[in-house]
Write a protein that binds this ligand. Sequence first.
Ligand SMILES: Nc1ncnc2c1ncn2[C@@H]1O[C@H](COP(=O)(O)OP(=O)(O)OP(=O)(O)O)[C@@H](O)[C@H]1O
Length: 467
Amino acid sequence: MNQLAYPQFKILLVDDEPSFLRSMSLTLERHGLNNLLTCPEPHQVKSLMAEHNIGLVLLDLTMPVISGQELLTWLTEEYPDVSVIIFSGLNQVDAAVNCVKQGAFDYIVKTADPEQILEAIKRAIHTQELSLENQALRAQLLSSELKKADHFANFITADPNMMSTFRYLESIASSSQPVLITGESGVGKELIAGAIHELSGRRGPLVSVNVAGLDDNIFSDTLFGHARGAFTGADKVRQGLVESAAGGTLFLDEIGDLSPMSQVKLLRLLQEGEYYPIGSDRPKRIQARVVVATHQNLVEQQQQGKFRKDLYFRLRTHMVSIPPLRERLNDLPLLIDHFMRQACDELRKPQLNIPNNLAIQLQQYSFPGNVRELRALVYDAVSQSDQSQLNISVFQQLTGSSPIDVFERSVRFPEDQPLPTLTQLSKLLVEEAMNRANHNQSLAARMLGISQPALSKRLKNMKEGEE
Ligand SMILES: Nc1ncnc2c1ncn2[C@@H]1O[C@H](COP(=O)(O)OP(=O)(O)OP(=O)(O)O)[C@@H](O)[C@H]1O
């Protein structure tokens, strides 16, 4: 299997001792940190920095001709966004304090425990990744355009909050950090996971698994696989889904239902980037980006002790929340139209006309099953339609009554008061529709059952009448 380059930027190792460069490179590669450049000649650092995308420099302090100290000064001035870790043969507090004051990320004694050295390097990589993402995020938020709108084409929406979410997702597209997607059941979390995968440009597959109800053994076996002979019946090596998703995305759905033991294993996978297939003592490195989703409220779960706090904090590095359909009612006409077309194509029927007031009628309904429920209703309606108009009886059962019925039941004109004029009533109706449609004239016109130019004319007349 081809190893992917990790991290996304290069790590430059500078030391005049070739043996140290060799052993350090081997240690890093063994732990999956393979995007390395080594440099035994300190005077080459400047040209290497100019030629490559370097995000972290591991710098020996004591070198001939140009010292590490001198290079650190130069690096912090010329490349303030690059992290530098100083390596030294000497355990000197003064030197360490000086280097950190000068901007070094850390100061490590060469003879320190390799685990400790790795820990510091991983920390520097994590910080660097977050800082790169912050830069991308800032740039993305300043521009209101979506760069890769195509990737969101399957998610039908005109909701401004969803547009911001898309921009955010674009800005974190290349990150290797996990993404947490929350939202009620049926809001489209899996669709969003698909878009995140497409946006990432990763060539590997998107592998999805629903982890609800998996006991810990099945969770480990499914995700991490097993070695031959790991347990009775394990007569062949099994590749886990983490490995199947190499170079791509691993999507874990219903993460809020993960058992406590499996939560520990997932945390370890995310923190260490390593896992052990069952029955094997050789760690494997995860090469997939992890995206998780849940309809549960993880904050509450965490407060009730059902979800680990540390895992929640690890997962929420990047988090998006998809609002329920009842909070983005402007999407109703778009979604009804989209699903009507889809259903007609699938059922080989000619396209149907949708009654103008259907979307308004449905605004009264709370859609507990969200978009999935709306989709099923539209499919049902299409299958029951045998004329050119969409059969709306399916929807009427839901809302129970038409807007006129509701109006008649709720509005009573006091008998001892004069009636409002038709002009006054129509003005009220137009104002109400404009408010409900967030001042979108096309949508308000659909609600009122008139054309957009007719509404525009009425609005103009109303304005002139006020002046
Ligand atoms: N905005 C949307 N545009 C088009 N189709 C959508 C949209 N949102 C959801 N859908 C469709 O609704 C159905 C449910 O979506 P999805 O499975 O992504 O929801 P979910 O939030 O992952 O649900 P659950 O929590 O139950 O797993 C799918 O058929 C999906 O294609």
